[in-house]
Design a protein around this ligand. Structure first.
Ligand code: ZN
Length: 406
């Protein structure tokens, strides 16, 4: 059988990054394209996604018939089950069914999930979270994203909206956050939070080489790296403040979840190496319970910009495993049934588990009852036998005594 390939995409606010993976999960081809122009519509962005897939195929020489599945991570709230982008902050999609047109176009299954969730899944399967079971991920970018792996599975909560760590309120009197609340982690520790602190200090007359960068928005990560290398005082303060609040948030999550590992990733972390991890490590003992602290590790993400495409690959593998099918060719028509089968398989699994549990519980109850009755019997028997024995002994002793006396 001819080799089959998976195409994985990272749909960002400014670019679509794509990669082709072979059946050994090795990247054989990459391609990147700008995703949005001024006035872009959902259709425009969808066209960019299609063109990235087509470009990847053209560059690699791989045929459309050799694609096994396509998968993507995108920002915002995404109905992973239905493949609908409900809302994206930086792209024009609103309640947009992205799955159907892409499956019709390429004739293979298409999976999509929230980019940070997908990124954390990627780190869990292929990066810094490999080998752990419970993983908390913070992704520091323009905003502050979060992802959670619980007992080896991506946890998305009701409506795929879980793990919004960026909106954990750390100071109700703090700076205004994009979500409308005050003092969210994102308002302190994201690019937005760091930029607004620098902007505020500059407006008070202080000097910073980042002044121009943050004048009208957020800085670019490479300039942050430079400013830190030059020991720009205001930038250093902004980073210390960002990491201080990140440490508080990390402590809260460690106490809540007791994960094996907390991973720090995203563009800002990538530009600054282990800086965020190390600074959080300096403070973390103050913010988490001494009983939980020894069992959690703090790590910097290992996959960098690729966490999303690896996470997309993990999504394909997970869906196929869930469906109990080999990664063989599946036609678009069969796709929906695959999804349904996957959902049904999951339901069945739960049902079987529940049934198993019930049976186990019942069996356990029976066992306990049996044990109790055996114990009763044994104890009664023991007692009886002991009594009998004692009686026998007594009678024997009597007999002996009698014998001796004779
Ligand atoms: Zn917020």
């Amino acid at each position: 059988m001819a080799e089959k390939y998976n195409i994985c995409l990272d749909i960002g606010g400014t670019k679509v990054l794509g990669a082709i993976f072979d059946s050994k999960d090795q990247i054989v081809c990459r391609y990147k394209k700008k995703s949005t122009e001024a006035g872009s519509s959902s259709q425009n962005v969808q066209d960019v996604i299609v063109s990235v897939v087509e470009e990847l195929l053209a560059t690699s020489g791989i045929k459309k018939s050799q694609i096994n599945a396509i998968s993507a991570g995108a920002p915002g709230v995404i109905d992973q089950g239905k493949g609908i982008i409900l809302f994206t902050p930086n792209l024009p999609f609103r309640n947009y069914d992205i799955r159907t047109p892409l499956e019709e176009k390429f004739g293979v299954p298409f999976y999509i999930g929230n980019d940070v969730n997908v990124g954390v899944l990627g780190e869990y399967k292929y990066g810094a979270g490999k080998g752990y079971n419970n993983v908390v991920g913070f992704f520091v970018g323009t905003g502050m994203g979060g992802g959670l792996i619980l007992n080896g599975s991506l946890f998305t909560g009701t409506g795929f909206k879980a793990a919004e760590y960026g909106h954990m309120i750390l100071d109700p009197e703090g700076p205004l956050c994009g979500c409308g609340q005050r003092g969210c982690l994102e308002a302190f520790s994201s690019k937005q939070g760091i930029s607004s602190y620098i902007r505020q200090q500059v407006s008070r007359g202080r000097e910073s080489e980042m002044a121009e960068q943050v004048k009208e928005g957020v800085f670019r990560s490479k300039f942050l790296k430079k400013a830190l290398a030059h020991h720009d005082k205001v930038t250093e303060e902004a980073i210390d403040r960002a990491c201080h609040y990140l440490a508080i948030a990390t402590g809260n999550l460690i106490n809540t979840i007791s994960p094996d590992v907390v991973i720090f990733g995203g563009g800002v972390v990538e530009a600054t190496g282990d800086l965020f991890r190390d600074k959080v490590l300096e403070e973390i003992d103050r913010y988490c319970m001494t009983s939980i602290r020894p069992t959690v590790e703090l790590k910097t993400a290992a996959l960098g910009d690729d966490s999303n495409i690896y996470g997309s690959l993990a999504m394909i593998h997970d869906a196929e495993q869930e469906a109990g099918k080999k990664p063989a060719a599946k036609k678009a028509a069969g796709r929906k049934s695959t999804v349904k089968t996957a959902a049904k398989a999951a339901e069945k699994k739960t049902a079987v588990k529940t049934a198993e549990k019930k049976t186990t519980t019942k069996a356990a109850t029976k066992k306990t009852a049996a044990k109790a009755s055996t114990a009763k019997k044994t104890s009664t028997a023991k007692k009886t036998s002991t009594a009998k024995k004692t009686a026998t002994k007594a009678s024997a002793a009597k007999k002996t005594t009698a014998k001796k006396n004779q």
